[in-house]
Design a protein around this ligand. Structure first.
Ligand SMILES: NC(=O)c1ccc[n+]([C@@H]2O[C@H](COP(=O)([O-])OP(=O)(O)OC[C@H]3O[C@@H](n4cnc5c(N)ncnc54)[C@H](OP(=O)(O)O)[C@@H]3O)[C@@H](O)[C@H]2O)c1
Length: 254
């Protein structure tokens, strides 16, 4: 398929490489700055632009992967002269309707992407939605060329999928960052000491539910240990609050 990438950030870089690797033709990259546009165009060996008017007029699909707060206005700037084209966005929390096009869709690959970190796209679940059945079928088959797991999911349910991803990825990672700080400040230990524990925590989830896999003082409700930990966090009111809320929440659901 002929594909135009609108955006040259973390997602566009990884998706562009995966699509090209699957044999699709990335015809052009647009980005707000020359620097980003040229960097991704060099990787994909295609043309690039920073001007909305210079974006090609037709392709099988235009993939918009920009900062969510810029999505609506940028999409509107691409409308003129591209009526009848299929535009899709890649955001978990943005509705299909945010795109001001007759043919519109969503291709949300659920993973944490960074520009310079290679990913195996085949294991990344992709969630698609489209305004018409033919475009939905087209997005399913496009997604299946890069991923083994493709779901059709509407905007309403995708909001909750994204919310769940924030808990499972962003909040979990924030916990890792707090752990990293405690290790550094008390004993100057490298974060790598935690990696086997983190790996086993994630690996257990392939065979049991997170709720069943829970261990630690909160699930056992060892009040003496919990109180000791809260004391250790006396100078860290933010972390103390999170510890207390998390412990109560673990205790309540188990
Ligand atoms: N990263 C992830 O893990 C991930 C995962 C799933 C879905 N997504 C979705 O993918 C989309 C892109 O996210 P990302 O992480 O790839 O973002 P990003 O790395 O920050 O890239 C953002 C892109 O948007 C452009 N941009 C930034 N501000 C802009 C503005 N005010 N007006 C127009 N363009 C602007 C940037 O241009 P310049 O670089 O030229 O400034 C760049 O091309 C979002 O919808 C996000 O929800 C991301």
């Amino acid at each position: 398929m002929k594909i135009v990438l609108i955006g040259a950030g973390n997602l566009a870089t990884n998706l562009g490489k995966a699509l090209q690797g699957a044999g699709h033709d990335i015809v052009q990259v647009w980005s707000r700055t020359e620097e980003s546009a040229q960097a991704l165009a060099a990787v994909l060996k295609c043309s690039c632009t920073t001007e909305a008017e210079e974006v090609v007029r037709s392709a099988d699909v235009f993939v918009i992967a920009v900062k969510d707060s810029a999505l609506s206005s940028l999409a509107a700037s691409l409308k003129d002269g591209r009526e009848g084209q299929l535009f899709v966005h890649t955001a978990g929390s943005m509705p299909l309707e945010i795109l001001p096009f007759e043919r519109r869709g969503v291709l949300y690959p659920m993973q944490t992407f960074s520009k310079n970190k290679e990913v195996d796209f085949s294991v990344i679940p992709c969630f698609v939605e489209a305004s018409g059945k033919a475009d939905e079928a087209m997005l399913i088959s496009l997604s299946k060329t890069i991923s083994d797991t493709v779901y059709v999911l509407d905007s309403e349910n995708r909001k909750y999928l994204h919310l769940s991803a924030v808990f499972c990825c962003n909040f979990a990672n924030h916990c890792f960052a707090m752990g990293e700080r405690l290790l550094k400040e008390h004993g100057n230990l490298p974060f790598s000491v935690m990696l086997p524990l983190i790996e086993e925590t994630a690996s257990k989830l392939y065979s049991m539910s997170p709720q069943k896999a829970q261990t630690g003082p909160a699930v056992r409700w060892d009040k003496n240990v919990i109180d000791k930990h809260l004391q250790l966090l006396a100078d860290e009111p933010g972390m103390q609050k999170i510890y207390e809320l998390m412990s109560k929440s673990i205790h309540e659901v188990n």
